[in-house]
Design a protein around this ligand. Structure first.
Ligand code: B3K
Ligand code: ZN
Length: 850
């Protein structure tokens, strides 16, 4: 196996090179004298040689620090400094290292380490940000007890663990430096309490800027429900007397699970009916749960090294998905999760950035907080649970929690727990962690004398650095139906382990209709010649809700692909099947909404590539318009009734019964708006008393290109609310048609409210551009050039966010020679920028190496 990264950068780090830390840390005392440009950080760290380490070099990470003094046992350490750290002669016995450094939080626009956001101090240390705060062995397998003193004039001064008063904090749980956190600012808080199952009362707070307090109750409720859920389902209890959450406006991602002090992007915690959509409420609930669940899966048991990132992330995503399923309904949750998985992870797995769930090399670890590590990492846990069963799964988890509490672990440690409780060899299963790429599984069926046989053939395409793949264990859930829709074989797990693997179903009266990969039991691409009649049958009759939806999705993909490739018109049979779903009173509104949300234009582009064709985004866009109009026309007689029935009365609640009704009602509104020129949407916009309804209406109006008045009214109404204005920025770009999208994005960068230093605002504009497939891929290349210009600008300010957004280019090889040439030029131009960050250099290099 050749290593793709080896050709990239001499700074490449390899999993195989792991060695234990030379010194361990018994305790850390930190004092912060806060100042916007001259913060002093005074550290006192008790080290001891690691008996398990062969190398005795005393090396501390440290970047962008001004060293004032460093001593070992009170004597000048005679430290040798580089841009990346410090070395000194250290004794082969326990000693105390003390240092004072100066840092400048207000000029730290990378938002990593200690920085300022709207006048408040906050930190982000994962993965390697602590080294921008002080000299330290900044690696997750060095765990220690932290005591912190925060000095400053700010009203609120927070750190991890227990509050000792006067800006002093103590965290009794040993933790790696990446979980360190500090916040200081003039904040206000919502307070509540939670009593754990063993009867301990925990103080809970959500800290926000003045004026945002009314947006905290939903988050608090979500936190309490998460705490309860983790006790009920995994038996995990919270372990400190205090749990704090802080909302920050400038943040590189959603949130961070620092021990006892979770820091959140304000978009991931602040919720109110007026300003947040149902989708926002759902996202907030999920992220609060996710960060809280990290307390056990991530904090008490952490990762030995960053290659093991999926150990905490895949598992914690799996846990938050379970929680959401229990809260909001498993069918709808599963479909939503799979939609995400396919849109982001399958796309990644199919392109130049494909990497294993546990990568074996990286240059910049921040580039590996990916859909593969997170979402595919969660799918791997789900498959494990399916293969060994619920009971063994929870037994294995219990063993993991007991055995490894307080440790920094590997995937091997995790899998071993399940091998022990089941007696099963998981060697082949572990290929899911080491092999990149989405398996293709083709299916052949045979029917003879009452025996029905399904033969699966698996293969995984080559990915960067991995030319060949071994067969994996793939749990494929199969059910069989008769021609009336009755289930003649309840769901059975076919464990595909060989390249070609056949499964027999005996004693059947008639040839059954199979429902394969129910619940999306494995993250694979199923390749099967399936007639549209059979798809329509499954859409109408499948007893597995996921596959029922999946059948509808396969139908719509097929229709759209033929519209693009063969100039076909939308099939009447498909439209009839949709109308039947709409009329079916036994189906939930949330499910109907999902059936009606057809494939994205990016999905269709990939489907065309899979069929050996070159996608033309303009053509796909036009076909999608015709497709949606045809559906609206087919649904014409039903729309007013659905719309009326789905109106929710009474005060807003984010609960799924209401949210699902709004989703289906707004799907009806979108269809209506294609027929009535936006009349109903304009009315809804005027009447709306919550953001879900207001934004859905505005979206219909902008799509119909009649929303100028409302668009301005929306801005005027919300100009003081940053999170709503983010939505407004995104809307302009996502609804602009074709080459109007790059133009809209460019115009918005000149808007007084555009702020390149705020990741949410940058993502609002450029995330929307990247997500507007036809706009981004405008034939004149203006989308590519604009994004390249702004990634270059952003890289100098915030490399992490710039690198993340460069994934917009990861599909470049799909397209025609002209587009490929323009995307290559854009990538080369970024890559050739003087002083480009390591983050963006690694990304552009990997993308270009396609
Ligand atoms: N663990 C953090 C992500 C940190 C990203 C660093 N670039 C949030 C989460 O997954 O919960
Ligand atoms: Zn996480």
């Amino acid at each position: 196996m050749k290593d793709a990264a080896a050709t990239i950068d001499p700074r490449t780090i390899y999993l195989k090179d792991y060695t234990p830390p030379s010194y361990l840390v018994d305790s850390v005392e930190l004092t912060f004298k806060l100042h916007p440009t001259e913060t002093r950080v005074i550290s006192r760290i008790a080290f001891r040689p690691n008996p398990d380490a062969a190398d005795k070099t005393f090396y501390l990470h440290g970047e962008k620090l001004q060293l004032i003094s460093a001593t070992i046992d009170g004597v000048d350490a005679q430290a040798k400094l580089t841009d990346l750290g410090l070395t000194a002669q250290a004794p082969d016995a326990p000693f105390v290292f003390e240092a004072e450094v100066e840092i400048s939080p207000s000029t730290n626009t990378a938002l990593e380490g200690l920085y300022m956001s709207n006048g408040m101090y906050c930190t982000q240390c994962e993965a390697e940000g602590f080294r921008k705060i002080t000299y330290y062995p900044d690696r997750p397998d060095v765990m220690s007890v932290f005591s912190v003193t925060v000095e400053g004039k700010e009203k609120v001064k927070l750190s991890n663990g227990n509050d000792l008063g006067g800006g002093k904090w103590h965290d009794p749980h040993p933790k790696p430096a990446y979980l360190f956190a500090l916040v200081a600012g003039d904040l206000v808080n919502l307070h509540d309490t939670f009593t754990t199952k063993s009867g301990r009362e925990v103080d809970l707070n959500i800290y926000v800027r003045d004026g945002d307090l009314h947006k905290t109750p939903f988050g608090m409720d979500a936190l309490k429900r998460s705490m309860k859920w983790d006790e009920d389902v995994y038996g995990r209890e919270y372990d400190l007397d205090l749990f704090n959450i802080v909302a920050v406006d400038d943040f590189n991602m959603g949130a961070m699970e620092n021990k006892g002090l979770n820091i959140f992007n304000s978009s991931a915690v602040l919720a109110s009916p007026d300003t947040s959509t149902d989708g926002n409420f759902h996202r907030i609930e999920t992220i609060i749960a996710h960060e809280y669940f990290h307390n056990w899966t991530g904090n008490r048991i952490t990762c030995r090294d960053w290659f093991q990132l999926c150990l905490k992330e895949g598992l914690t995503v799996f846990r938050d998905q379970q929680f959401s399923g229990d809260t909001r309904g498993h069918a709808v949750e599963r479909i939503a999760d799979v939609l995400q998985l396919r849109a982001r992870q399958f796309r990644e797995d199919n392109g130049p950035l494909a990497h294993p769930v546990r990568p074996d090399s990286f240059v910049e670890i921040n580039n590996f907080y990916t859909a593969t590590v997170y979402e595919k990492g969660a799918e791997v846990i789900g498959m494990l649970k399916t293969l060994i069963g619920d009971q063994a799964y929870y037994k294995g988890c219990d063993l993991y929690f007991t055995r490894h509490d307080g440790q920094a672990c590997t995937i091997e440690d995790w899998l071993k727990c399940f091998e022990e409780v089941t007696g099963r060899d998981l060697t082949q299963f572990s290929l899911w962690y080491s092999q990149a790429g989405t398996p293709r599984v083709s299916v052949k069926e045979a029917w003879k004398d009452g025996t029905y046989t399904l033969t699966f053939t698996q293969s995984t395409p080559a990915t960067p650095g991995q030319d060949t793949k071994d067969p994996r264990v793939i749990p494929i859930a199969v059910g069989l139906l008769d021609e009336t829709g009755k289930e003649v074989q309840a769901t059975r797990i076919c464990e595909v382990t060989d390249e070609v693997h056949a499964f027999r179903f005996t004693g059947l009266d008639v040839k059954p209709i199979p429902s394969i990969n129910r619940g999306f039991s494995a993250p694979i691409i199923l390749e099967r010649d399936q007639s549209n009649e059979e798809r329509a049958f499954l859409l109408a009759h499948d007893t597995d809700p996921f596959n029922k939806w999946e059948a509808g999705r396969a139908l719509s993909r097929d229709v759209l692909v033929r519209m693009v490739a063969e100039d076909a018109t939308p099939d009447q049979a498909y439209l009839d099947a949709l109308v039947a779903v709409a009329r079916d009173d036994t189906l939930d509104p949330g499910f109907k909404a999902l059936v009606f949300s057809g494939p994205s234009q990016d999905d269709i582009a990939q489907a065309l590539v899979d069929g050996g064709l070159t996608p033309d985004p303009t053509k796909i866009h036009l076909a999608a318009q015709t497709f949606n109009l045809s559906i609206a026309q087919a649904m014409q007689d039903l729309l007013q009734r659905i719309y009326a029935e789905m109106q929710v009365t009474g005060p807003y609640s984010a609960k799924s019964e209401d949210a699902d009704k709004r989703a289906w009602g707004n799907a009806a509104l979108a269809m209506l708006s294609r027929l009535d020129g936006g009349a109903q949407a304009a009315k809804q916009f005027d009447d709306a008393d919550n953001m879900t309804q207001q934004l859905a209406a505005l979206s219909c109006l902008l799509r119909a290109e009649v929303g100028e008045t409302q668009n301005q009214a929306f801005y005027d109404q919300w100009k003081d609310d940053r999170l709503v204005i983010d939505k407004w920025f995104a809307m302009q770009v996502s609804h602009a048609k074709l080459d109007a999208a790059p133009k809209a994005a460019q115009a918005l960068t000149a808007h007084a409210d555009f702020d390149i230093t705020n990741p949410n605002r940058f993502r609002a504009v450029f995330g929307a551009l990247a997500g507007n497939t036809a706009g981004f891929h405008s034939p004149d290349g203006s989308g590519y050039a604009l994004l390249a210009d702004w990634l270059i600008k952003l890289d100098a300010i915030n490399p992490q966010t710039a690198a993340r957004m460069s994934t917009a280019f990861e599909t470049w090889k799909r397209y025609d020679a002209d587009r490929q040439g323009m995307m290559r030029d854009a990538l080369e131009r970024i890559k050739a920028t003087p002083d480009l960050s390591g983050d963006l250099t690694e990304m552009t290099t990997r993308i270009l190496n396609a």
